[in-house]
Design a protein around this ligand. Structure first.
Ligand code: NCD
Ligand code: ZN
Length: 345
């Protein structure tokens, strides 16, 4: 049996939703993670500090008694974002970061930003006050092939933002391509990227394996194997510009398995086990702590957590649970297509 103790991880990108789903999924994250950045793409989205405060309370109420967990709240940027409210909410500690969704890029992003140039005054203010910008980095122009949307966003938008606002702390979230990896590596010190476990575990074939697999459909969409390999290399390298943001995104099974199924993979439950397996397969367990517990807090100028968790390698693979029951439906739990021997104790 192999054992490894690491600093307790943080998840720098989660979707908790609301109501019954929130109650069901918050414990799946609070069990293994000390802190998480909570996405604001509710319907309607979190636009002001007051919305975030109510939402944070709902999350706090769903944390099991024995878990010590802090949700960090975000605002959803629109072309009408109230700059004064954003500044005040950041300065009084209610809001940790703001999220840029290009309009129409993903789940509940209709009121996102159509033209980044229209929010430059807000981004300038964020740069001035040291507030991080989180980016869903995909263009939404339907003429651009879905597999190229991240690459084109980097060329058309991110490059511009980094040049205009070199002091703005930017996270390019859930990166999926070798192009993103190389852009981040050569980018300025305020630019970093998060990576999800499913983009490390799967390539785009998994969406079409003996038929269509809606539970492997997420945005940005899974890419070719060459891209998955580049992501794995970035994650296992220990490079401080890459860290974990799971993008755990629960949806009801019926909404995934529908005529127009929604994007999102619910991966919170076995995330750390899957990552340990991937790092182990790549003989890089010595760097898992950097990826899950150090690089993110460093990017966000926070101290690492003081608690630790233990990873244990069993001689038999984990028996994954299939789903979490919620109301009269369920949320399908992400599992990779390889056996996972690591457990968190
Ligand atoms: C996310 C969701 O369901 O809210 N879906 C996804 O596929 N990742 C939104 C997002 O982060 O893009
Ligand atoms: Zn997300």
């Amino acid at each position: 049996m192999q054992e490894l103790e690491i600093i307790k991880p943080d998840d720098w990108h989660v979707h908790f939703r609301e109501g019954s789903i929130l109650k069901a999924v918050v414990p799946e994250t609070s069990r293994h993670f000390a802190r998480a950045i909570v996405m604001p793409n509710l319907s309607p989205p979190i636009l002001e500090g007051a919305d975030a405060s109510i939402y944070q309370k709902e999350i706090m109420d769903a944390i099991p008694e024995n878990d010590e967990f802090s949700p960090f709240m975000t605002l959803y940027l629109t072309e009408n974002t109230n700059c004064k409210n954003l500044e005040d909410s950041f300065k009084n500690g209610l809001i940790f970061a703001a999220k840029l969704y290009p309009a129409g890029a993903t789940t509940n992003s209709d009121s996102g930003v159509k033209n980044i140039k229209n929010i430059m005054p807000i981004l300038e203010k964020m740069s001035e006050i040291g507030m991080p910008l989180l980016i869903h980095g995909e263009v939404t122009n339907k003429e651009i092939d879905i597999f190229d949307r991240e690459k084109v966003f980097i060329e058309n938008n991110l490059e511009f933002l980094c040049k205009e606002l070199p002091d703005l702390k930017i996270t390019l979230e859930h990166i999926t391509t070798k192009d993103a990896v190389s852009y981040i590596k050569q980018g300025n010190k305020n630019l970093a990227a998060s990576i999800t476990p499913h983009h490390l575990a799967l390539n785009r074939n998994s969406i079409f394996l003996n038929g269509i697999k809606p539970h492997n459909y997420c945005l940005p969409i899974l890419k070719r194997e060459v891209h998955r390999k580049a992501l794995v290399e970035a994650a296992i390298s220990g490079n401080s510009k890459f860290f974990l943001g799971t993008d755990t995104a629960p949806h009801f099974k019926k909404d995934k398995e529908s005529e127009c199924g929604c994007a999102g993979v619910f991966n919170a439950t076995y995330c750390m086990s899957i990552l340990a397996e991937i790092f182990d397969q790549n003989k890089s367990l010595n760097n898992i702590e950097r990826f899950t517990s150090l690089n993110g807090s460093n990017h966000y100028s926070l101290q690492p957590n003081s608690k630790k968790i233990k990873l244990v390698k069993r001689t038999y693979p984990i028996n994954f649970m299939d789903r979490i029951e919620v109301e009269k439906d369920s949320i399908v739990v992400f599992k990779p297509d390889f056996p996972v021997f690591w457990e968190i104790v």
